[in-house]
Structure formats: C-alpha cells, structure tokens
Design a protein around this ligand. Structure first.
Ligand SMILES: Cc1cc2nc3c(=O)[nH]c(=O)nc-3n(C[C@H](O)[C@H](O)[C@H](O)COP(=O)(O)OP(=O)(O)OC[C@H]3O[C@@H](n4cnc5c(N)ncnc54)[C@H](O)[C@@H]3O)c2cc1C
Length: 468
C-alpha cells in the first residue's frame, strides 16, 4: 500500500523530528501552524495531486510530480509504479521527499514573488537569504552536531533544483554561500575555526563566498598570482580575485593564495586590515545575486585563519569543485523544468489561426524535445548525486553532469521563448529572465570547454591504451 510507504506518525517519525524539519515545523513551514508531522498528509496530497495532474494537466502549485507528464494514462497501478520508480532516483528517502516539498513550498511562496524585482535591481535579497538560514538550508551538507541539516549531495541537488525553478539568481547566491564557502570550509577547518564562523554563516547573519578566479587566471586556476607570506602570527596577502559571487554583501570568504608557490586556503573576513571589495560588477543574468572583486593590499590574515596546511589548497579546491559543479547542473535542471511547464501551459492556452498552438507540429517539437532533454539531464544529475560526497571523488560524474545539463537549461529556455513568441521576450513573463540566467551555467564553476578537457583527461587515464 502506497499510503503505508509514506505514512508516519508525528511523534515517532525520525524524519519529522530531524533538526531542519524541527526548525521548519516551529516556524510553520511544514506541518501547518500546529507544527504536526506532514508525511502522511504529504503522501496523500502527492498521490491525489498526481491523479489530478495526469487527468487534467492541472499543476498543483507546490508539488513536484515525477511522472506527471505521462501522455498516456495506463491506469492507477502503472502510475503508482512509475511514481515509485522515479521517486527512488529523485527522492530516494522520505527525508528527501519532505525536503523537496518544503523547499518547493518556500520557493513558490517566498522566492518567486521577489524574483523579478531583484533581477531588475541587480541586488541580493538578504532578508530572504536569512529566511533560508531559518529553514536550516544554509548548512544542508553539514553534520547536525555542527548545526547543519546533516544531509547528502542529493539533498543539496534538490534544494538547488527547486529554488532555481523560480529564481536562479537567488539560488546562485545560496550556492556560493552553502557550497562554495560552507561545505568547503567545513571539510578543511579545525574546531576553533568552525566555532568562530559556522554559527553565523549557518544562520545567514554572515553572507559568505569563495575567491578562486583572478583577472589573469580563470580556467587556468593554478596560474593564480595572489600571494600569502607568513609574517609572525599572520600572513600578508596581495592580489585580486574577480567575479566573486556575494562579494558585495559577504562578510567572510574562503580565499586561495600561493604560499611559496603552493596553493593554500585561508578565511578572510571584513575585519582583516587591507581587505576590500570593488563595486558590484553588473551582469546579464543571475541578477538576484551580486559579484565583485576581492582586493588584498598587504592584507593581514591571522595564522589562525589558515585552512588545513600550507600547500593543501588544491586538494580542498578539487574536492569541493565536484559538489559545486553538480549543484550548478541541478540549477540548470530547475530552469529547464520550469520552462517546460511554462511552454506546455502557454501552448495549450494560446491560439493562432483559431487553433491552440500546441496542435502545430513545430510547437510540439519544442515541447517534446524540451521535456525529453530535461528528463535526461535530471536523471544524469540525480544519478551522479548518489556518488558524490566528502570521501567520494567523482570528477568524471560531476563534469559530465554539468557538461550535459548546462546547455539543456539554455536550450529549453530558448524553446520556451520560441513557443511564447513576443510574450517570451518580454519582462512581464519569467522566461526571458530564465533564458538570461541559464547561460551562466556554461561558464561559472568551469566552462563547457574545461569539462570537456577534464573528461578527456580522466577517461583517457582510466580507459586509454596505457591503462590496464
Ligand atoms: C556570474 C559569475 C559568478 C562567478 N562566481 C565566482 C565565484 O563565486 N568565485 C570564483 O572564484 N569565480 C567565480 N566566477 C568565475 C568563473 O568560475 C570563471 O569565469 C570561469 O571559471 C571561467 O574563467 P574565465 O572567465 O577567466 O575564462 P577564461 O579561463 O579566460 O576562458 C575564456 C575562454 O577560453 C576557454 N579556454 C580556457 N582554457 C582553455 C583550454 N585549455 N582549452 C580550451 N578552451 C579553453 C574557456 O573555456 C573560455 O571559453 C564567476 C563567474 C561568473 C560569470
């Protein structure tokens, strides 16, 4: 019985009593104002909504429905089987399912309404960012004993996927904070450093980011020229980082600099003398987040802010790049999925030549191919997410996921714009914003060409003629 698979009791459900959900229940984010467990309610509403959605193409606003868009309804048993099969990939546990529901609810209610305004202004909604902290999502991959949600890479994918359906720009700020800073910092920090920084970055009181790229070194990251020289109880940093997400609002940054030619990681915060940031660097898309330069002019960083050992920066960087790329790929899936939903509805409602445009074969091609590409990217991203973790190296998987998913987001946004004609090009609809946002995913966190290069190198090492 499906209901039994999902149903649980508020007092005994281990998921509903986990830290992030406890926090969310207190604030009424899940379980309603009374704060009760919602697993059973969720299961019932999901199934009911699936029935409704399949029969009438009505999308319940807060429910993600794998299998929803099946064009042929083969009856309840088939539908339930399909739902369970896709749930095992996209929501492998009840905890993942509840997380998705919570983030999807939050995205519809609080992220979507502010997206266009912050895109227009080109600013981060810091207040909303702190709400994400209240929900326990800023430390999604951090163990509970250190104040995080204690979840895995697949959970991080769920959050990025759901937020990006409504505001990829805001989601990029979330990614820079929770993946580029928090996740990386946690794995290379000592207990003193965790104690000093984690509480405030997990609550969102301090916004954070990561500085790797320089004006003269992007893809060629090891060509960075920022230096750090030890001088008694501090290091002196000189150099500039550029295109740093959250640079304008950020209080602390994980920064890479070379100590005697060896890449080394530091925490630099606004209280370090000689540290400043440039003005906001304006950009095409992802405008719900900001970026700036980080400038180090004889910047004094306490030795206590050295992360790991001198020269261990490349290890930290490479390990973290995998989850960074995976979550960027998940953002593309979110963009593509929303664009499919929008073009399906528009294709049904809009008439030309007194005919709904979804009756035209050329429009059907955009919808059909857009859906198929989105599903392919989604399956790849979630499959790779099962094999990424702090102790699991999977550069091939994360590069492949981003290489494949990034162009899909851009392509499907383009299809949606084409289906909508002039309306798709106008600011009153979200597609033009998603279209602008999608392009970044082919550049940030590694360009398409960098992924091709890495994959060829890694696959040749594993499968080439000298490998045996
Ligand atoms: C919105 C935004 C947010 C960002 N946020 C951050 C952040 O928070 N922190 C951070 O550190 N960085 C950030 N970046 C920087 C981003 O990671 C870099 O832009 C990216 O890695 C590419 O580097 P680059 O811009 O210097 O391009 P370049 O490395 O100069 O590349 C230019 C072109 O040459 C190609 N190319 C380079 N080398 C090769 C090669 N060997 N073979 C084939 N082609 C090659 C590239 O693929 C690209 O097409 C951000 C960038 C943007 C746009």
């Amino acid at each position: 019985m499906i209901k039994d698979v999902y149903a649980c009791n508020a007092d005994t459900c281990p998921i509903a009593n986990d830290a992030p959900f406890r926090r969310a229940r207190k604030t009424g984010e899940i379980g309603g104002p009374g704060g009760g467990c919602r697993s059973a309610e969720l299961a019932n509403s999901s199934l009911a909504s699936r029935e409704q959605a399949i029969s009438g193409w009505i999308e319940p606003p807060h429910v993600n429905l794998p299998g929803r868009a099946l064009p042929i309804d083969r009856g309840p048993v088939h539908r339930v089987t399909m739902a369970l099969l896709s749930d095992s990939l996209f929501n492998p546990t009840e905890e993942h399912q509840m997380l998705r529901q919570m983030v999807a609810d939050f995205a519809v209610r609080e992220v979507d309404p502010q997206a266009a305004e912050h895109d227009e202004k080109g600013v981060l909604n810091v207040e909303l960012f702190r709400r994400v902290g209240e929900l326990g999502l800023l430390g999604i991959t951090i163990p509970e004993e250190h104040g995080g949600a204690g979840m895995d890479a697949l959970a991080a994918v769920i959050v990025h996927h759901e937020l990006s359906k409504y505001d990829p720009g805001f989601c990029l700020a979330y990614l820079a904070h929770s993946m580029l800073f928090v996740n990386n910092f946690y794995h290379c920090a000592n207990e003193d450093q965790r104690g000093r920084y984690l509480p405030k970055v997990l609550s969102g009181e301090w916004v954070a980011g990561m500085g790797m790229t320089e004006p003269g070194a992007g893809t060629d990251v090891l060509g960075m020229t920022t230096t750090a020289v030890r001088n008694g109880d501090h290091y002196v940093l000189n150099g500039t980082k550029t295109y740093i997400t959250n640079g304008c609002e950020g209080f602390c940054f994980l920064v890479y600099a070379k100590v005697e030619g060896q890449v080394t990681a530091f925490i630099v915060d606004r209280e370090c003398p000689g540290f400043s940031t440039s003005n906001h660097i304006d950009k095409l898309g992802m405008r719900g987040s900001t970026m700036s330069e980080l400038i180090f002019e004889d910047c004094k960083v306490p030795v206590a802010n050295l992360l790991g050992a001198e020269g261990s920066g490349v290890t930290h960087m490479m390990r973290n790049l995998e989850i960074e790329r995976l979550t960027l790929a998940a953002m593309s899936v979110g963009i593509a999925e929303r664009c499919v939903e929008i073009m399906v509805r528009y294709g049904q409602d809009r008439k030309a030549f007194r005919t709904p445009i979804n009756r035209f074969g050329q429009i059907q091609r955009y919808i059909g191919e857009g859906y198929a590409q989105t599903q392919a990217a989604k399956c790849l991203v979630y499959n790779v997410a099962r094999d990424i973790g702090p102790n699991i190296r999977n550069r091939v998987g994360s590069d492949a996921a981003k290489l494949f998913a990034a162009p899909v987001g851009k392509q499907v946004a383009d299809y949606a714009m084409q289906v909508m004609g002039g309306a798709g090009y106008c600011r009153e609809f979200p597609v033009e914003r998603l279209w602008r946002d999608a392009k970044l995913l082919e550049i940030g966190g590694g360009t398409i060409e960098a992924h091709q290069k890495n994959l060829t190198k890694d696959l040749t090492r594993a499968l080439g003629q000298s490998a045996s």
